[in-house]
Design a protein around this ligand. Structure first.
Ligand SMILES: C[S@@+](CC[C@H](N)C(=O)[O-])C[C@H]1O[C@@H](n2cnc3c(N)ncnc32)[C@H](O)[C@@H]1O
Length: 386
């Protein structure tokens, strides 16, 4: 495994909240004051952090790093130390680095341990409690009037909770000193739009204005009625096509969940042009690359229609993430919900960092595109930004 690949893998696991404990040791320079660093996840003010315990010769010092800043911390740790022992929820990893960063990697899958112990022996709870009645969940038919999650809606409840976790993680990126503008493209029945509103406005008290947009008039009218009945006065629903929606100049967060094919790309492009701080997007069916794919070296895979379709979907999401990385975002592809719930389980999560693209990144991207004969819609939409 190459150094960069190892770093990316570890970072993804950590950002996906898989960390239980880690010890980072063997300073590259003997005179290094910090001899060893221990890591563990903790919860501070309802936010997930990584706590670093710096072990000096005689003293210990602690620092708590919010997850979104952890990439830089990992870089700094790897610049200083050459040995890592990490316990993830389902994997134990040992890494030994040479002076020139050659990686010796050992890993062993473990039985997925119980949820990570965040705040001193507290079990990891859903952000929405399954025994508390929430008016929006009752109205949407997920809970009974008494606040019990209906058996046949349990998967939906899990999905909503997972989504709320992503919203909670994104909180740190949203503006604090002005109303937060949020758009949900292809909001459909709007389970997640209501969940988002509930969490940010009702639980966290944020000053937000949310719009759900969808093509389906009747569904939108029903959602608007529910919002009105619940007194959600900063939540509106509009009938319209993502492709024609040009009514905004600045938006802080853009969400798309299962918007079909290039409607996802259109939403991503809009988000970038509006300078959105947070993008959360679960793509749906992808046809664009499937029709363009022409990669002779990959015939063995691509001759199978099913594999070709899945490959095209994964490559499309990778291209989307890379384009976002090149236009000033830190974008990751993370698991939205277990495979058994829905195969459409990749979430593109992007936070605005303003980081500039490097020539190397651009070159890698061009090579990947050439390899597949890809002509991404999103790239065309964002050509002035690349
Ligand atoms: C699979 S549903 C998902 C609904 C909802 N976001 C959810 O996750 O429960 C996809 C929704 O996207 C909407 N949609 C697809 N393309 C769209 C477009 N171009 N403009 C607006 N809505 C679109 C569809 O009408 C549909 O309601």
């Amino acid at each position: 495994m190459e150094f960069q690949e190892m770093k990316q893998y570890l970072l993804e696991q950590i950002l996906d909240k898989q960390l239980m404990t880690a010890t980072i040791s063997q300073p590259r320079v003997k005179s290094n004051e910090v001899k060893r660093v221990k890591l563990k996840p903790i919860e501070l003010k309802n936010m997930y952090h990584i706590q670093l315990e710096y072990q000096y010769e005689r003293i210990l010092k602690h620092e708590n790093i919010p997850l979104e800043s952890f990439a830089q911390t990992l870089d700094e740790l790897l610049e200083q130390f050459r040995q890592l022992h990490i316990d993830f929820i389902a994997e134990k990893v040992q890494v030994q680095l040479s002076k020139k960063n050659k990686v010796m990697w050992k890993s062993e899958k473990t039985e997925a341990a119980k949820a990570v112990n965040l705040s001193h022996n507290r079990k990891k709870n859903y952000l929405l409690d399954e025994n508390t009645p929430y008016p929006f969940l009752i109205r949407l038919g997920v809970q009974t009037e008494e606040g019990k999650v209906k058996k046949q809606k349990y998967d939906k409840f899990k999905q909503i909770n997972r989504f709320v976790e992503f919203i909670a993680d994104a909180l740190a990126y949203l503006p604090k000193d002005q109303p937060v503008r949020i758009l949900d493209f292809g909001s459909g029945k709007s389970y997640l739009t209501f969940a988002l509103y509930h969490y940010l406005k009702i639980e966290k008290g944020l000053d937000i204005r949310v719009t759900g947009l969808d093509l389906k008039k009747e569904v939108i009218e029903e959602c608007a009625k529910i919002a009105q009945d619940l007194g959600y006065d900063q939540l509106e629903f509009l009938v319209g096509d993502i492709n024609d929606y040009n009514d905004e100049t600045a938006v802080d967060m853009v969400v798309t969940l299962h918007a079909c094919d290039v409607a996802t790309d259109m939403a991503l492009a809009r988000a970038v042009k509006w300078n959105a701080s947070v993008i959360l997007s679960v793509p749906c069916c992808q046809h664009e690359l499937n029709t363009q794919l022409n990669a002779p070296g990959l015939d063995i895979m691509l001759k199978h229609g099913l594999v070709k379709e899945r490959f095209a979907a994964l490559a499309t999401d990778s291209i989307r993430a890379e384009i976002l990385n090149m236009v000033g975002y830190e974008a990751q592809l993370v698991e939205f919900i277990d495979m058994e719930n829905t195969p459409k389980n990749i979430l593109i999560r992007a936070y605005k960092t303003g980081r500039k693209t490097t020539p190397e990144q651009l070159e890698n991207y061009q090579q990947f595109k050439q390899l597949l004969n890809a002509k991404p819609f999103l790239e065309n939409e964002l050509k002035d930004y690349l």
